[in-house]
Design a protein around this ligand. Structure first.
Ligand SMILES: C=C(O[C@@H]1C=C(C(=O)O)C=C[C@H]1O)C(=O)O
Length: 304
């Protein structure tokens, strides 16, 4: 018989059940302290909403949220996986956003990836508003029925080519989902009426239209020619691409979508440089978003 079985159980200074009770007592005290802080944080958000310091614009500030998450992830240490930290804060941020006014999110129905990305981003507090497709989701946003639209990541064809028809600057891309990922997780884009806010480390989407308006010769603009024109204009304007340029032929035109480093707003001087370089074409910023954090090593939890 092993030696430990011969010792009298109540001779031990800390019986397992006492040790468990002590640790649980510590956890209960910490839960109370955390809960007090979470309630105090919500009081500050309620004061912010009541003071109307943010005016009539939507309460949703994705750049500010990214800044908060980046700061917390940078100071994080200890055994709690960073993905769990991001998940906790995502729920706090979404709840405080919803506290400042109803928050409904328009989504294309039948797109499981977009749905999952939207639920992960906006949490339990946001009402999903399922629409027939990206254009219908954008229409709900434009009408003011929804406060944000979550759409598939831009691609050249099909429903994911919604960017070619995006009515910017009225509607603009403000976030790329997920902001924080440690494993493959659902991806999507967020569009709002209020436009993006800078986070200090952002990427901008720029749309270029070639041969718009039924101009036969220009309408036949070659893909290679368009890609060369975009690359040259970006270089001359001092803008650095952060992803390969997408091309899409639709609405009687050839469209290019470039992602560049930095936040480029409508009044940015680099846009004038682009427009000077491409006089016969149209250049339009579609919004910007916080550069996603891609964690180097996978850990438990996936991301937010
Ligand atoms: C509280 C604010 O509103 C929202 C909620 C945030 C929060 O809980 O910290 C941050 C950004 C906004 O999306 C804010 O703008 O600071």
């Amino acid at each position: 018989m092993p030696e430990r079985m011969t010792a009298a159980p109540d001779a031990s200074p800390a019986a397992p059940e006492d040790a468990l009770a002590a640790l649980r007592g510590e956890i209960d005290a910490l839960d109370d302290a955390l809960h007090d802080l979470v309630m105090r944080r919500a009081d500050v958000v309620a004061r912010m909403a009541a003071s109307r310091v943010k005016g009539d614009a939507s309460s949703f500030r994705p750049g500010r949220e990214a800044t908060i998450l980046r700061r917390l992830l940078a100071r994080h240490s200890g055994p709690l996986p960073p993905a769990a930290l991001a998940r906790l804060w995502r729920e706090i941020l979404s709840a405080s956003n919803a506290m400042q006014g109803g928050f409904s999110v328009a989504l294309p129905e039948g797109d499981a990836e977009v749905y999952k990305a939207a639920r992960a981003r906006f949490g339990a507090m946001a009402a999903p508003d399922l629409r027939a497709g990206p254009e219908a989701a954008l229409a709900a946003l434009a009408e003011g029925v929804a406060q944000a639209a979550v759409l598939p990541v831009p691609a050249a064809e099909g429903a994911s080519a919604w960017w070619a028809g995006l009515d910017a600057p009225r509607l603009q891309v403000v976030a790329r989902l997920p902001f924080y990922a440690v494993a493959p997780v659902p991806r999507a884009m967020v569009v709002t009426r209020d436009g993006p806010d800078p986070s200090g480390d952002d990427r901008t989407l720029l749309r270029f239209a070639f041969g718009h308006g039924g101009d036969g010769a220009a309408g036949a603009a070659g893909a290679d020619e368009a890609l060369r024109a975009v690359a040259g204009a970006l270089r001359d304007a001092g803008l650095r691409p952060s992803a390969p340029t997408l091309l899409s032929r639709q609405h009687d035109a050839l469209w290019a979508l470039a992602e560049v480093e930095g936040a480029v707003a409508a009044d940015d001087a680099r846009l004038s440089a682009l427009r000077a370089r491409l006089p016969s074409n149209r250049v339009r910023p579609l919004g910007f978003y916080a550069t996603p954090i891609e964690a180097a090593a996978p850990d438990a939890g996936g991301g937010e």
